[in-house]
Write a protein that binds this ligand. Sequence first.
Ligand code: PMP
Length: 454
Amino acid sequence: MMDRDRLRALLARERAAFAARNPRSAAEFARASNLFGRVPMTWMNKTAAGFPLYLAEARGARVTDVDGHEYTDFSLGDTAAMAGHSPAPVVAAVKERFETLGGACAMLPTADAAWVGAELTRRFGVTRWSFALTATDANRWAIRLLRAVTGRPKILVNSYCYHGSVDESLIVTGPDGARSREGNVGAPVDVTVTSRVAEFNDLAGLERELAHRDVAAVLMEPALTNIGIVLPEPGYLAGVRELTRRYGTYLINDETHTFSAGPGGATGLWNLEPDVVTIGKAIGGGIPAAAYGLSEQVARDIEAIPGLDLIDMGGVGGTLAGNALSIAATRATLEHVLTNAAHAEMSEKSDMWSSGVQRVIDEHDLPWSVTRLGARAEYRFAKPAPTSGTEAASKNDADLEDFLHVHLANRGILLTPFHNMALMSPATTRDQIAEHTRVFEQAVAELTARTGPS
Ligand code: PMP
């Protein structure tokens, strides 16, 4: 059992050290009174230490803050910087498109887009691609198209999934049935009107919901990645595919995070056959970019709907979606940075990170687990690793998580602010990983020591 008094004392000590170490970041935060929440986006207040670090520079897997501290960045923009910060081929492509050639917002297609479409097809299987700037929008637009083609009103997601701020996805299971997820700000309608929900890894529950035959699409990650990593049990994904086919429901794989699994994400790694793939963040190499790909059949079915407005006011699309700059960055990322070889190396590095964490957990006999999906890995305060989103959510431990995050930050290591996730980029080094193991071990030793905090 964790000594909670000791944990709270250690957390207070680390927060005080963080405040003392970061006077410039603290001053920037204090000054930003014309920002809502004092930050550019309110989620930036998700910080274990009380205020965020302010960015000075970032390259590869390293970040420097305004107080001059250098960090190993395992957060990597919560996957948006999986290619590393500002990789050279993307910088060159962006410079060429924006500076030399110009025309990021010329409202005209460039030849790069067809190359990207073909490459995404090679990786993910589905054949007809369209672009967005965020994964949220890719999901929203895919959902709209599948509602249009099925005439069905509902979307089904897994409990404690995350697919961006998509209204339909903010639903969880509960003892009295499906309900709105906590923190669902200004919901347009009761979420049970638009959505159904099932537990990840629960085929019987999924079938019960699909049997209503009012679900246009199941929107899911092939492994949950936003409530820790929850891996699919043997047979689960095949079962999802079989049930969705049986009940006339389309299947969308959101590969935004599971892209860590390999060059074709989990879809490629596990030979999945979704009707639609959505992906955002990492494919732009740090420039906003996202995409959704339709299977040939879905594309044809949509095209066959009489009078469907896909060109003007139809609710699908955005002025900047598919802009020449984002597409140039995506091409450079896929062609030169997040290649097959890079994915293989990133996966090896994440294995090294996970083995280090596992060794420390074992040596201290902690009831924790580490889960890995290709280039990303995450530890969770539960053993064995949870098998559903609801179970994973029940194992949250805010103080413990905050302590580990601030402790690591004070020693030059950043994890994703929302959980204990570490992602490897092509630029991440083995020395950085070994240093993480060392600092993590130090944190755990302090937590489990029998004397008072030093
Ligand atoms: N899908 C998944 C699986 C995600 O993890 C996220 C963001 N964490 C999104 C979609 C939304 O991405 P964005 O906020 O860039 O729209």
